[in-house]
Design a protein around this ligand. Structure first.
Ligand code: SF4
Ligand code: SF4
Length: 159
């Protein structure tokens, strides 16, 4: 908090990002993951993947490959790593800070839990503490938050 009060241009991405997200009311729908719905990635040989972070070498046998531009999309593979009984995380459904949390990144979840829709405990704890600190800063600072934060992000305190 002293960083903001003293107008020092010190950036802590994990906190700054949460303050920015809170100030605009949470992640918008279009900001959230749309892998396999609105987002598709194509390898040079035409294989279709859910996300650029899980293309690897473009292998069509990969569980993340959902088809090919010549043969179309295999709908069965689109949900191959989603457990229908647990989608999304039950804890996230009732979480009070869900709208500020990045629990929805399917490839991050896959790499840590093996499922697109299951959040790893460390990520959950990291998101919770970052959001808690950001909320505390916003509730405690006795300044014009939008202006101060905008200046902080720009590294400018001319106002
Ligand atoms: S903080 Fe944890 S429980 Fe809450 S939405 Fe994020 S991952 Fe889910
Ligand atoms: S899985 Fe993560 S990186 Fe990939 S499209 Fe979804 S949010 Fe983006």
């Amino acid at each position: 908090m002293d960083v903001y009060r003293q107008k020092k241009p010190v950036f802590i991405n994990v906190i700054d990002e949460k303050i920015s997200t809170i100030l605009r009311g949470g992640f918008f729908s279009d900001e959230r993951c749309h892998m396999g719905k609105k987002k598709f990635v194509f390898s040079p040989d035409g294989n279709i993947f859910l996300c650029d972070r899980i293309v690897y070498d473009g292998n069509p046998e990969s569980p993340h490959c959902i088809g090919n531009v010549k043969t179309g999309i295999d709908n069965r593979k689109m949900t191959c790593k989603i457990d229908e009984t647990d989608e999304p995380n039950h804890e996230c459904l009732t979480c009070t800070v869900e709208k500020y949390c990045r629990h929805w990144c399917g490839c991050t979840n896959f790499h840590s839990t093996g499922y697109y829709n299951r959040v790893e405990a460390f990520l959950c704890a990291k998101e919770k503490i970052a959001i808690k600190i950001a909320l505390h800063i916003l509730e405690t600072l006795e300044v014009d938050i939008p202006t101060t934060f905008s200046n902080h992000q720009n590294g400018s305190y001319d106002n």
